[in-house]
Design a protein. Structure first.
Lengths: 367, 79
């Protein structure tokens, strides 16, 4: 038993999929050589890398030559977003993005251009009119997430009426593997450890024909969009996990939707508690809610003591002094916040147990 | 501009969710229609006072600044 049933934080990191473990162990012995060399061991490593790329491309329904493995999801975000900006630097350096983007996008935008933020509505969605109004001639790139990592709301990224000459970067880290990719983007990023692959593998997809230039020093590796020696075994393991979760997706999604509906109902039944995010058009595995008058850190600690591992966007959690910028942008209550996210192995019994302890934990902390 | 309030809660130095707990505890110190201010340095108060008002069906009037520069969040009691 590697994970007690109460691990409910897959949105931070999904446990390694058995398919990934198997591929990783097999590839560790075969994929060590430099895939750019001409000898047999190198050809072997190159074969594994190309195989991993082909599998990821097939799962995502993109072309293999559009896929690059990066050293993390954050690295894929940085390269994808800033590479589009760099290719359009003669036009301007404004990076248009929403207030609910992941910090990887926010930090990249602040580092590599002039951020221009558009707000989010109460459900976490961007208002199309705001985006269109702000997509002026000096905008180099628009960056939007496919779905929000904290509240689960799906952003209809392909449906916004952006001008045709404004390229779109999509941060798909929260949804890759769990939902099909949206349409209408130029570059897109994903993160393997969020779908059950190993940590340290990101996926960057740049559309053929998209104008993209490396924002960082070139590195003469197999793929000009990445840098550093390729982690071939990890890429292969990430691909194997992605193939497995995509093939299992219909069943997993249905199970997760039902279990999250149950958690939503249990949270809604708590006094002075609000469930945040779209109830229907959302990531299947995740829900966030906030309880008035409760300290977020105390809530996480007490749930942990009872065997449930959850995340929180509250400022009172030890990791930050500021509350979650996502909750703040949505006008949601930021204290007493809990994010529950299911793994592929979470069972209805574990969700029952969580829903059963929740009222007494919250009541206990309020008294 | 500074709002004319009927009562002020000194929540300086308190961290979340303490200022909101104080607000809930003292909202009935003022009459319906009157203003109550929460003076707090806690960064979460900026978001949580308006969220509390929405959830508890009270009116969030806005923020101003106390004499010492700390932010005051002004609430109108509606019920």
């Amino acid at each position: 038993m590697t994970h007690p049933g109460g691990y409910l934080d897959s949105a931070s990191s999904e446990p390694l999929h058995p398919a990934a473990r198997e591929s990783l162990l097999a590839a560790l012995d075969r994929g060590y050589a430099d895939p750019r060399r001409l000898h047999k061991a190198a050809r072997d490593a190159r074969l594994l890398l190309d195989n991993a790329r082909a599998v990821v491309a097939e799962c995502l329904e993109v072309r293999a030559d559009e896929v690059t493995f990066t050293s993390s999801g954050t690295d894929a975000v940085h390269r994808g977003l800033l590479g589009l900006v760099r290719a359009r630097r003669s036009r301007g350096d404004v990076i248009l993005h929403s207030e609910v983007e992941h910090s990887a996008v926010r930090h990249a935008a602040a580092w590599g251009g002039r951020p221009r933020l558009v707000g989010a509505m109460g459900d976490g969605r961007v208002y199309d009119g705001d985006l269109v109004e702000n997509a002026t001639a000096d905008v180099a790139v628009c960056a939007l997430q496919s779905a929000n990592h904290e509240v689960g709301t799906v952003q209809p990224v392909g449906e916004f009426r952006l001008p045709n000459d404004v390229p779109l970067f999509v941060d798909a880290c929260a949804s890759m593997g769990r939902l099909p990719l949206p349409r209408g983007w130029d570059a897109l990023a994903g993160s393997a450890h969020k779908w059950g692959g190993p940590a340290g593998v990101g996926v960057l997809v740049v559309r053929r024909g998209a104008r993209w230039e490396s924002p960082f020093p070139e590195d003469d590796r197999v793929d000009h969009r990445g840098s550093g020696f390729e982690n071939v075994p990890a890429a292969l393991a990430a691909a194997a996990a992605l193939r497995a979760v995509v093939s299992e997706r219909a069943g997993t999604t249905a199970r997760h939707h039902a279990m999250i509906d149950q958690v939503r109902a249990a949270a809604t039944a708590l006094p002075d508690t609000e469930v945040v995010g779209d109830p229907v058009d959302r990531l299947p595995h995740l829900v966030t809610f906030s309880c008035l008058y409760v300290n977020g850190e105390a809530l996480v600690t007490e749930l942990d003591r009872r065997g449930f591992g959850v995340a929180s966007g509250s400022a009172c959690t030890a990791s930050s002094l500021e509350p979650s910028h996502v909750l703040a942008a949505m006008g949601a209550l930021t204290h007493g916040n809990v994010r529950v996210s299911l793994t592929r192995e979470t069972t209805p019994e574990q969700v029952d147990a969580f829903c059963a302890v929740l009222p007494e934990v919250v009541a206990g902390l309020r008294s | 501009m500074t709002h004319e309030v009927h009562a002020e809660l000194d929540c300086r130095g308190m961290v979340c969710p303490r200022p909101i707990i104080e607000l809930a505890r003292h909202v009935e110190d003022v009459s319906i229609g009157e203003l109550l201010a929460v003076v707090a340095e806690d960064p979460a108060a900026r978001y949580d006072v308006p969220a509390w008002c929405r959830m508890r069906e009270q009116e969030y009037v806005g923020a101003d600044t106390a004499a010492d520069g700390v932010t005051r969040y002004v609430v109108r009691r509606l019920r």
